[in-house]
Design a protein around this ligand. Structure first.
Ligand SMILES: [Zn+2]
Length: 147
């Protein structure tokens, strides 16, 4: 059972490190050997896709809060209790600290997304100097409609 739960969370959290996944699960659940199970969990995709060596934060020349990456996920499909559900989400990542904020958004309008961006990022952290984003229309709307 614990392996199934770890596998599900690992996929839903977009393949986090064992430290990040352990911290996330321990914030909400208790299992005597949770950390051991997470450290033993070997995701085939991560083993093939994640490079060894220094992490991204060791490669950047930016100060914290100077540069962030933003993306809109539409839609993200997940299986929950035998139902298939779709999510729309906004992700913001400080490229220096790797701090991640994810907001569940409910529609794709630019005003709605800009409001969530303000609430998720701009209300909490200094306004960044530069943004990394794809050239999708929704990302452009998000950045240019935010204050
Ligand atoms: Zn993985």
């Amino acid at each position: 059972m614990i392996e199934t739960i770890i596998h599900w969370f690992h996929a839903m959290l977009e393949h986090p490190s064992s430290c990040r996944m352990c911290a996330t699960l321990q914030a909400q659940y208790h299992h005597t050997h949770l950390q051991m199970h997470i450290e033993q969990y070997a995701c085939e995709e991560c083993q093939q896709a994640k490079p060894s060596g220094p992490g991204h934060h060791l490669l950047t020349n930016c100060d914290p809060w100077e540069e962030f990456a933003v993306d809109l996920i539409d839609p993200w499909q997940a299986s929950m209790l035998h139902d298939n559900v779709e999510f729309f989400a906004l992700t913001c990542i400080d490229t220096t600290t790797n701090l991640v904020k994810i907001a569940h958004i409910f529609e794709k309008s630019s005003n709605h997304n800009a409001t969530y961006f303000e609430h998720t990022w701009l209300y909490w952290y200094p306004k960044p100097m530069q943004a990394i984003h794809d050239n999708g229309e929704s990302s452009q709307d998000l950045l240019f409609n935010s204050s």
